[in-house]
Write a protein that binds this ligand. Structure first.
Ligand code: PLP
Length: 381
């Protein structure tokens, strides 16, 4: 169900194409972009973004779960879809049915896949310091034994960086240690005569801060969305990313609030003066964090209107006392541009005490979507 008229996402596919181009310009020619379109493509809409990227020439995608991979396949994604996370044996049949590539999250997971008894396509995860998934890089014996599992067709080996967003000396040293460990695993596998696999380690910040690396794929998520995780982030590569997503909602009701009266649940806001307030048709069920109660900002008519009171499930209240001509039906911009004003996802996330990635990935399922294609056509999805 969606209600574009109430609260909706706008997707600018021209900006998506521009971000893809910008990232490609940093990479060696034979390196492929394998976008991370997990969590509904960071809230943008997995099928919409996946199809748009496929039309821009992208062949490979990665997601977090088998369910996300199936959704992409059913939407018409024809290339490789790599599942980065764990898939349980109960779901191995889906890997075959939908021709998916599964990460072996460690040796024992690889063993389970072997025991399934049917051929599976696999990338081997190597833990170089994130200490989340992957077989530990020093266990080269266990890693190489995965190639003895004859049911596994191993087409890739990868790792994940844990502080590639940090540019301090200590953080860079840690990242270089991870890269060294990864290279060492690749070298030792080759010494054992194991070849024919692709390699990858960089997400968005790995690309932006270590563009000199030379692996076969990169896995950008947030950078393709055209935003950084936090507003103050500095990156080594100088690229001009453009936000793909805007978040908008309709003003439902404008009213006077008299001095001494309160607004919303829990009487969390009290008017200190005669005020004009507006109710906006978007709330925490749509992904607006409740942390923004009494502290968020919304753009109306090119001006900033502070959030007052508690964010409700389906609505929030704003102070529009100083903004002329606000009427029911007007657009309010939660994330994006409104005339000369802009609220970026990272600013929005910062106000809520989190990062862009979390805000985007938690956008609600009842939001409508309006797509502006790279050719400039507007359509509702
Ligand atoms: C989410 C994820 C990515 C993409 O991360 P971004 O920082 O959004 O680019 C890449 N690789 C793995 C393993 C991930 O989990």
């Amino acid at each position: 169900m969606y209600q574009k008229g109430r609260a909706w996402i706008e997707l600018n596919m021209k900006n998506l194409a521009s971000n893809l181009k910008q990232l490609k310009s940093l990479l060696p020619e034979n390196c492929s972009v394998m976008p991370a379109v997990k969590a509904n493509a960071y809230g943008h809409g997995a099928a919409l973004i996946g199809k748009a990227l496929q039309n821009m020439g992208v062949r490979d995608f990665c997601v977090a779960s088998v369910g996300e991979a199936v959704e992409l396949r059913e939407a018409g994604i024809t290339g490789q879809i790599l599942i980065l996370g764990y898939t349980s044996p109960q779901e191995f049949s889906e890997l075959i049915r939908y021709d998916l590539t599964q990460t072996a999250v460690d040796f024992s997971h690889a063993k389970q896949m072997q025991a399934y008894g049917r051929p599976l396509t696999v990338h081997v995860g190597v833990d170089t310091g994130m200490h989340r998934l992957g077989e530990r890089s020093e266990n080269i014996g266990k890693i190489s034994r995965i190639w003895e599992f004859e049911n596994l067709k191993i087409t890739g080996v990868f790792s994940h960086l844990c502080v590639s967003d940090g540019i301090s000396d200590g953080e860079r040293a840690c990242t270089y240690r991870q890269i060294e460990k990864f290279d060492s695993v690749i070298r030792k596998l080759k010494e054992k005569g194991i070849t024919g696999f692709k390699t990858h380690i960089q997400g968005s910040y790995g690309i932006l801060n270590y563009p000199e690396l030379r692996y076969d794929y990169v896995r950008p998520g947030i950078a393709l969305c055209g935003v950084l995780s936090s507003p103050g982030d500095k990156t080594a590569a100088d690229v001009h990313l453009k936000p793909v997503l805007s978040l908008k909602a309709r003003i439902a009701c404008v009213k006077q609030l008299h001095r001494g009266e309160t607004a919303g649940y829990g009487q969390a806001y009290t008017a200190e003066k005669e005020m004009k307030t507006a109710a906006v048709s978007i709330g925490y069920a749509d992904g607006i964090p409740r942390e923004l109660s009494n502290r968020g900002m919304v753009l109306v008519n090119g001006r900033r209107a502070p959030v007052i009171g508690r964010i409700c499930m389906d609505q929030l209240l704003i102070d529009v006392t100083d903004i002329p001509c606000v009427s029911p039906g007007d657009e309010a911009v939660l994330i994006g541009k409104c005339q000369d004003e802009q609220i970026t996802v990272s600013e929005f996330a910062h106000m809520a005490g989190t990062i862009s990635n979390e805000i985007l990935s938690r956008l609600g399922s009842r939001l409508g979507r309006k797509v502006i294609s790279d050719a400039g056509q507007v359509s509702d999805k």
